[in-house]
Design a protein around this ligand. Sequence first.
Ligand SMILES: Cc1cc2nc3c(=O)[nH]c(=O)nc-3n(C[C@H](O)[C@H](O)[C@H](O)COP(=O)(O)OP(=O)(O)OC[C@H]3O[C@@H](n4cnc5c(N)ncnc54)[C@H](O)[C@@H]3O)c2cc1C
Length: 415
Amino acid sequence: MKPTIIIGGGIVGLFTAYFLQKEGIKVHIIDQGDMQVNCSTGNAGMIVPSHIIPLAAPGMISKGISWMFSSKSPFYIHPRLDAKLLKWCYQFYKSANAEHVARSVPVLKNLSLLSKALYQEFRNEHPDSRIGLQEKGLMMIYQTEAIEKEEIEFAHLANAHGLQADVLTPEDIRTFEPNLEVKARGAVRFPGDAHLDPGKLYAFLISYLQEKGVKFLPNTEVLGFEKSGSSVKAIVTDKDNIEAEKIILCGGSWTGELANMLNFNLPMMGGKGYSFIQENKPEILQASILTEMKVAVSPYGNQIRFGGTMEIAGINQKINLNRVKGIFESINRYYPAFEAKFPEENKIWKGLRPCSPDGLPYIGFAPGYSNVLVNSGHSMMGISLAPASGKIISELHQQKDTTLELKGFEVGRYM
Ligand SMILES: Cc1cc2nc3c(=O)[nH]c(=O)nc-3n(C[C@H](O)[C@H](O)[C@H](O)COP(=O)(O)OP(=O)(O)OC[C@H]3O[C@@H](n4cnc5c(N)ncnc54)[C@H](O)[C@@H]3O)c2cc1C
């Protein structure tokens, strides 16, 4: 029996393999790298059913334009004459409207809630995995009146969709963060959110899948496909050609290129972000987002990770220190007493978020193919959504009814 081949060993590829192997399906994972240069190991690890609004939303265009003029801002599009980028920006602009948000909220919410339930199941099935799942909620901290207004409106929207969101005063914040001052006008706290250690989750999944017989082919780049009618027979790599029963594209920011090789259009841009670890002193307890700067704060006991920025600059892994400084300076802006130390360059982690122009992932069969599936484009929520989309792909693979409706996530929506 030929294997199902997953192209891309990031968190989305690994969770896809996890659910396929549970069903007894023979799986191989191919990755062009050593499985370390991807977006899945050093992100903020947040599981966020609260994040029901896609990136493409009203207000993002004007905010994006104002942020373009600061080298330390949370969002930046590197301006250049690149047809692919211009097309992506136009498609983003077309999606950034209230109707798109209204359509996306319920589908994102259902996908996120399914994922959170699957993480709880995963933790119970693998009590030895030590992925550091902490169900302690997420606090959106704000300092300005303008963002306060936005966050409170968002809290009401979340409430209206059945998600608990509590508006906190500075005094309330102190009960969640008793060890140090938080400089804030207030916060919205989502008790249903959680966070984990993405590096530990990633390492656990690799060793677990290997134990279960999943074969890994690292340092193997996919260069093309051998097709016959509506199916792919083999994958052409820089090593050998590999025959496959079915293939699943989980190539993160590179998935658009894989789609090109199969002659269909899948707009995708890499949204670069950075993170670094600090000694957690004085100890921050609550996972939070510093909303004006869009910096994620993920505490793990005596260590803490700060991460952020979204830089649309193509497939480019260079570290832009000004953006890292923007994250670093946010720390004392919100936690004046925190003992922050600027990280050495080799301790700065970077990753390219796979961003579709409408902010929704692509989940399903590739247009025109009977044995090619796509699971990609999770943007800022790959950790959060990977279990749910992986489970759905395993259902489609077996031609079963899917747990959730896939409207909004169609792979061919930009054909
Ligand atoms: C600073 C930062 C903070 C974040 N915080 C969070 C968070 O708190 N919560 C959350 O849910 N998400 C978060 N994210 C987003 C999350 O990290 C991503 O959505 C997720 O890692 C994407 O996973 P992926 O598997 O799709 O892509 P990747 O991890 O990039 O994996 C794709 C893989 O495909 C391989 N590949 C590509 N093309 C080929 C080819 N031709 N041949 C062979 N292999 C190929 C690549 O080598 C790569 O290993 C954050 C991201 C950043 C940058």
